[in-house]
Structures are given as structure tokens and as C-alpha cells.
Design a protein around this ligand. Structure first.
Ligand code: NAD
Ligand code: G6P
Ligand code: MN
Length: 454
């Protein structure tokens, strides 16, 4: 087992989430003792802007933790015990493209769902593998990478194919954020909920919400019929997920459950089950990327600026579910706590009627040797079919990346439920190839004018 105090590296150190995650770490130092925090980013200027804020958050809680910022992999990972990954390959300017290109074709523009998610996947798989190789080269041989980098479903599948032995655990904060809201509705702390859930990342359903042995889903259905999964306290407890576009997203749980009341859907299913409605409410010239740049990013940069000028750090960084969850997972990995968390794992029969090797999102016991998925049984035909189609789209995208195949990329786009036709798929893909020239592997055509290319 890994021995505390730990050396932790954060890859994507310049992320808007870094101060919140570090604050989470600081309030949990007794559970997760730290000797060092190292920020690693390929954009040193972005990271250097944020670093003083992060250092202040650390120093408010500890004088002994060593703090380093670097763009050098050896300095970042030498002897590290944990790496938290949160890279955004291409940064917000490429997120904007992921969202705006599909919208120009009447298809939802989203960071991780639909063509946007596929495009982001094509950018991220290979850099993620590079990161894994660097960590394996320099870090402690038992080090764990806990990965938030999106699109997590596709990243997880890419890593499974290319680095099957890697000690990487892919996680998402969306189910926990939903559980936070469920807890608020039910008047219980989210840690008291024990849920059953099946699906892929950003594509799944809660089937039971147990509190002290009782399924409280019926009560949640009654709230959702009126308000969706929106709660009154959201603004205080979760500023990110109370932005206008998130409020709409929480509300959209209502129409989805009105049609399919049995299970409680992951909010991201709105993009697949009601794409026309989503497009009708999205502004083609101002998407979530713009909202984040004008909101979360601006606020962080302004706080950094104010701190530099006055020496006073505005109280802008709270411990939300995002930071709390990754620390919970890391504690369970570090100390073999076997806590039950929803994570992304190889299926291995957990969902009986999905492929054995699919990367699924289910509850798992998190041990020092990784996650042990809990069996969710067979899922109904409707859900199984939706899942199989999404899985195929994501797997073809991974194959397109690995093989450099244009045809497989086109199949991935065509199979995605958000895309109405092969013509839409091709038009979006071709625009995205041009926009991603600096990031995507080359996609070669195996067929040209009806002839196989030699
Ligand atoms: P951000 O752009 O503020 O931060 C990402 C940082 O990653 C940037 O500083 C960028 O320079 C850096 N980066 C890019 N490529 C890199 C590489 N190859 N190596 C090291 N660093 C690299 O983005 P953000 O909004 O703070 O989000 C960070 C990441 O976390 C994104 O991938 C986002 O999608 C993800 N995220 C995931 C979840 C989840 O549920 N899994 C939740 C929230 C955020
Ligand atoms: C949720 C999801 C993440 C996603 C984030 C986007 O937390 O689980 O996977 O990255 O929302 O949030 P943003 O505020 O950047 O739109
Ligand atoms: Mn997520």
C-alpha cells in the first residue's frame, strides 16, 4: 500500500477547478495526509496565473506542504503517489468549436455529448496515454491516476484499449451532483444515499435511491414531476450547477421522467432524448463555453488579479461535490476503505446484457487495488438498446483515433443519436477536421471515388 504523507500531482494544474480541489484536500488533510502538491500543465502561463491562489489556499491550512508548479514531467511526477488528471486538450477555444459546429447543423452543441464529445475525444485520447506513460515512468510504481479529464467515457475506452494495465480510475461528478440534489430534496445528507445505477458515463439511470434500507425514488418522482431535479438550495451549495444552463438541465429531468418514469436519468440524457428541444434553446453564437469563460474562468482570473494587487484572496472557492468526490475516491484507493462510489469501470458482467469489456458507469467498491464493480443485473431492452448504440458510437471513435480512420469516425458520428443523418454526420465531421487540425491524428480514407485506397 502507498504510505502517507503523499506526493500528489495535478495534471491540468491551470484548470478552473484546481483551487476548489485543493481546498477540498486542505479540509481533509487528516484523512488524506499530504507532503507535496505539484501542479503540472503544458500551458505554464495559465498555470502561473492560478498558482498564487492555489498556494494561498494551501498556506491557509498548512505551512509544511511543499508546493511546486511545473511544465516538466519529471519534476511533476517523480515519486508521486497520486495524480489527479483534469486536462482540457485544446482549452475553451476548442470547446467553443465543439459546441458551435454541430449547432450550425441543427445538432446539439455539447462538450461531452454528440459530435462535440466525439471531437473532444479525438483530441484527448492520445495526450491521456502520453500522460499515463510519463506517470508510469517517473511516479511510484503503485501510483494511482484519478482522472476527471473529459470526455471520460471515451477516454476510459481509449485507455482500456491502449494501456489496459494502467492504474487509472476514471470518474465523473455528475451522479454525485445529482445525489446532492436528491439529498437536498429528501432532507438527508448525500453520503446517506446508497444508489443503484447503470449506464455509460453521461448516459445512465438511477434505479434505486436507498436511505436506511428504504427506496426513496417514489418521493423523488413526486418532486421531479413539479420541479425536475432542481432544488431551492442549489445556488448556495453548488454555484457551478446553478448557472442558467444548468438550471434548465435539472428541470429537463421532468419531461424525461414524464415519458419514462421508471428510472431517474443522468441529466446528460437530455441531449440524446430531446435533441430538437435542446437546439431550439441553444444560442448558436453564445454557448456554455462562452458562459464558462465569462463566468467561472473570469471570476478565477479576477480573484488571482485581486490577490496579487491586495494580498487578500476573495472567498470564491468553496468545497463543492466536484472537489469532495475526487478526495473521497482517493482516500478509498489509498487506505483500502472499500467505499461504494459510482465510477467508470470495465463491465465484467456488472450489467449482464452489455459486453463484458464495455467501460460502464456503475457502483463499485473502491479498494487499494482499484474498483470492484457491483452487479446491476440485466437492464430493460429500451435502455440496453440506447446504451449499445452509444457504446458503438464511442468505440468506433476510439478505433478511428487509434487507426487514423476517416470511415470509422464517420460511422461514430452517424451512429450518435444526436445526429439525424449520415449527411449531417459528414458535414459536421469535415468541419471539425478543419477546426481540429492542430490536435487530431490524421484521419485517412480507405475508400476514394468508389475505389479502395492502396
Ligand atoms: P481548463 O481549460 O480551465 O483547465 C484544463 C487545463 O488543462 C488547462 O490549463 C490546459 O492548459 C491543461 N492541459 C491541456 N492539455 C494538457 C496536457 N496534455 N497536459 C497537461 N495539461 C494540459 O478546463 P476546466 O473547465 O477547468 O476543466 C478541466 C477538465 O476537467 C476538463 O477536461 C473537463 O471536461 C473536466 N471535468 C470533468 C468532470 C467530470 O465529471 N469528469 C467534471 C468537471 C470537469
Ligand atoms: C458536470 C459533468 C462534467 C462536465 C461539467 C461541465 O460536472 O459531470 O463532466 O465537465 O459538468 O461543467 P461546465 O460548468 O464546464 O459546463
Ligand atoms: Mn462528468
Amino acid at each position: 500500500m502507498l504510505k502517507p504523507p503523499f506526493i500528489l500531482a495535478i495534471a491540468g494544474g491551470g484548470s478552473t477547478y484546481t483551487p476548489g480541489i485543493v481546498k477540498s484536500l486542505m479540509v481533509r488533510l487528516e484523512d488524506f495526509p499530504l507532503a507535496e502538491i505539484r501542479l503540472y500543465d503544458i500551458d505554464s502561463s495559465r498555470q502561473d496565473t492560478i498558482a498564487p491562489v492555489v498556494e494561498k489556499v494551501i498556506r491557509d491550512h498548512s505551512q509544511t506542504i511543499t508546493f511546486t508548479t511545473t511544465s516538466d514531467p519529471e519534476t511533476a511526477f517523480r515519486g508521486a503517489h497520486f495524480v489527479f488528471a483534469q486536462m482540457r486538450v485544446g482549452q475553451y477555444k476548442m470547446r467553443e468549436q465543439d459546441e458551435k459546429i454541430p449547432l450550425r447543423h441543427g445538432v446539439p452543441g455539447q462538450e461531452t455529448c454528440g459530435p462535440g464529445g466525439l471531437a473532444y475525444g479525438l483530441r484527448t485520447i492520445l495526450p491521456m496515454v502520453e500522460l499515463i506513460d510519463l506517470v508510469e515512468h517517473y511516479a511510484d510504481s503503485n501510483a494511482w491516476i484519478v482522472n476527471y479529464s473529459n470526455p471520460a467515457a471515451i477516454v476510459a475506452e481509449g485507455v482500456r484499449r491502449l494501456r489496459p494495465q494502467a492504474r487509472v480510475l476514471n470518474i465523473c461528478d455528475m451522479p454525485v451532483a445529482a445525489m446532492r440534489n436528491m439529498g437536498a430534496i429528501l432532507g438527508v445528507d448525500r453520503h446517506k444515499l446508497e444508489v443503484d445505477y447503470f449506464g455509460l458515463n453521461h448516459f445512465g439511470w438511477f434505479t434505486r435511491v436507498m436511505v436506511d434500507g428504504e427506496d426513496r425514488l417514489p418521493e423523488l418522482r413526486r418532486h421531479i414531476a413539479k420541479f425536475g431535479l432542481l432544488t431551492e438550495d442549489a445556488a448556495q451549495t453548488d454555484p457551478q450547477h446553478s448557472d442558467p444552463s444548468w438550471v434548465k438541465t435539472w428541470r429537463n429531468i421532468q419531461p424525461i421522467m414524464e415519458h419514462f418514469p421508471e428510472y431517474l436519468p443522468n441529466p446528460y440524457l437530455q441531449y440524446y432524448l430531446m435533441p430538437n428541444d435542446i437546439v431550439a434553446h441553444q444560442r448558436p453564437d453564445y454557448t456554455r463555453a462562452n458562459e464558462v469563460m465569462d463566468g467561472r474562468e473570469k471570476k478565477l482570473f479576477a480573484a488571482a488579479e485581486e490577490y496579487k494587487r491586495t494580498g487578500i484572496l476573495p472567498d470564491a472557492f468553496h468545497v463543492g461535490v466536484h472537489g469532495a468526490f475526487i478526495v473521497d475516491v482517493a482516500c478509498s484507493l489509498a487506505f483500502d476503505l472499500r467505499q461504494r462510489h459510482l465510477v467508470i469501470v470495465e463491465n465484467k458482467g456488472a450489467i449482464a446484457n452489455l459486453p463484458y469489456d464495455a467501460m460502464v458507469e456503475v457502483p463499485a467498491y473502491i479498494t487499494a487495488n482499484g474498483p470492484e464493480p457491483v452487479r446491476m443485473g440485466a437492464v430493460p431492452l429500451f435502455h440496453q438498446t440506447l446504451l449499445m448504440q452509444q457504446l458503438a458510437s464511442e468505440q468506433l471513435l476510439v478505433e478511428a483515433t487509434i487507426e487514423g480512420s476517416y470511415e470509422k469516425a464517420l460511422q461514430a458520428f452517424t451512429l450518435n443519436r444526436t445526429v439525424p443523418s449520415m449527411q449531417h454526420a459528414k458535414a459536421i465531421l469535415d468541419e471539425m477536421i478543419a477546426a481540429n487540425a492542430a490536435y487530431w491524428p490524421e484521419l485517412k480514407k480507405a475508400w476514394q471515388d468508389g475505389e479502395a485506397v492502396k
